[in-house]
Design a protein around this ligand. Structure first.
Ligand code: NAD
Ligand code: UDP
Length: 387
């Protein structure tokens, strides 16, 4: 089926190199590219677990997908990476260490993964004149200006002090001993490098800043499809605790705010960016849903409500517990107080506006998790009973 962009032009099938394409966002993006378009996906990752359903032989998209198991960090001479970039029309870089538990405990790995490892990708895009879509993060904004005011200050309600705008908001990080900011700082550095290179070498680029995209396949459930001692992002933490009937842990009381966006809606935005280069090149886009802005405590309460409803249990069975960030993440943790994206630019350039409300999103996520993990959780409970 022929596809047309927002300016009515026919879209030519592209060969797209997706670095880190085997992760949460990559797996949903590859599904979209293979199921709904004629584009070809060259996927580079260290793992294919989340995309194995896309790599089955004899599927109707089979000729349009390749998986290359490459660790871009270890491919020091770029023998594998360079020819794959050279063979593509477009490069999308998603590869990163991007779970907060790593930022203060593995600061060097975090810095290298999010900046140093991405530099060759930018350089090869310049060398071979390839368009680059780079995944940055809403974390580059850091803390809001409003966070430095007393909690009950009248200026707290002035949107200029908390609404995050691509070209107006400052990037405010904590002090150097707060290693939480290694990720944000590395992401900022690579954004600045891309921006500087585009002026010097006419690199065609778009920077995407995701705001807490959530959905099935996000991270892992500890002790089932990921290490028991590792800490995934909040959706997976809370889901794992609900499945096991354990209290949901609220870091420092769960007062930080996040705006959550459903992955499949966010992927629509990415496809618009891919297929409308004339509108997207040279731009930075916030991609999120400001309507789903909640505190983490409110997120926990809503997840409990939805989970109780789906599993037909009383909500009173599930609880939350306050934990200090020092105990949960270790020293050097710090937090973004509030993350509400301004959506003017993506709405104006690409007409994208997400509609899905948080309750609906959480129902989809929890339905999926129950299906996916129920037998593993049952086995866990059975073996505990035997013990
Ligand atoms: P993810 O961890 O699921 O995906 C990252 C993928 O990169 C993983 O599959 C991982 O194996 C791969 N990778 C990491 N290092 C690699 C290496 N050295 N070589 C090859 N592959 C490597 O995370 P995600 O949520 O899909 O995030 C994708 C991108 O979006 C990241 O750059 C992240 O910083 C950014 N982002 C995501 C969100 C979100 O809401 N999910 C928010 C802000 C930023
Ligand atoms: N968080 C929490 N309990 C958990 C996991 C995370 O209270 O079990 C908090 C965390 O401190 C942060 C928010 O949830 O304030 C979102 O964390 P996430 O790991 O999803 O990543 P972030 O949005 O900070 O990038």
């Amino acid at each position: 089926m022929e596809r047309f962009n927002l300016d009515g032009e026919k879209i030519k099938p592209l060969t797209i190199c997706l670095i880190g394409g085997g992760g949460f966002i990559g797996s949903h993006l590859c599904e979209k590219l293979l199921y709904k378009t004629q584009h070809t996906a060259i996927i580079i990752d260290i793992s294919s677990t989340k995309i194995k359903h896309l790599l089955r032989p004899y599927s109707c998209w089979f000729g349009r997908v390749q998986f290359h198991e490459i660790n871009v960090k270890r491919d020091t001479l770029h023998r594998h990476l360079e020819p794959l970039i050279a063979a593509s029309d477009l490069v999308i870089n998603l590869a990163a260490i991007c779970t907060p538990a790593n930022y203060n405990t593995r600061p060097l790995d975090t810095i290298k993964s999010n900046s140093v490892d991405a530099i060759p990708v930018v350089e090869f895009c310049i060398k071979y004149k390839k368009r680059l879509i780079h995944f940055s993060s809403c974390e580059v904004y850091g803390k809001t200006i409003g966070s430095f005011l007393p909690k009950d200050h009248a200026l707290q309600n002035v949107s200029e002090l908390y609404l995050l705008k691509e070209y107006d908001s400052p990037c405010i990080f904590g002090s150097i001993d707060k290693q939480r900011w290694t990720y944000a700082c590395a992401k900022q550095m690579i954004e600045r490098l891309i921006y500087a290179q585009s002026a010097l070498h006419s690199l065609e680029f778009t920077i995407v800043r995701p705001f807490n995209w959530i959905g099935p396949r996000m991270d892992f459930i500890r002790g089932i499809d990921g290490p028991r001692e590792a800490v995934p992002r909040v959706l997976a933490c809370f889901t794992g605790n609900l499945l096991r009937g354990k209290p949901l842990k609220l870091v420092d009381g769960g007062q930080s705010q996040r705006s959550f966006c459903y992955i499949k809606e966010a992927i629509e935005a990415v496809l618009l960016i891919i297929e409308n280069p004339a509108r997207a090149n040279g731009k930075i886009f916030n991609v999120g849903n400001p309507e789903n802005d909640v505190t983490i405590k409110q997120l926990a309460e809503l997840m409990i409500e939805v989970y109780a409803d789906v599993t037909k249990q009383p909500a009173s069975k599930f609880t939350t517990i306050d934990v200090s960030s020092n105990n949960f993440y270790g020293p050097g943790y710090d937090d973004s107080d509030k993350r509400i994206p301004d959506m003017t630019i993506i709405n104006r350039e690409l007409g994208w506006k997400p509609a899905m409300r948080l309750r609906t999103i959480l129902k989809l996520c929890l339905d999926h998790a129950i299906n996916e993990y129920k037998s593993a959780i049952k086995n866990e409970c059975d073996s505990l009973l035997e013990f």
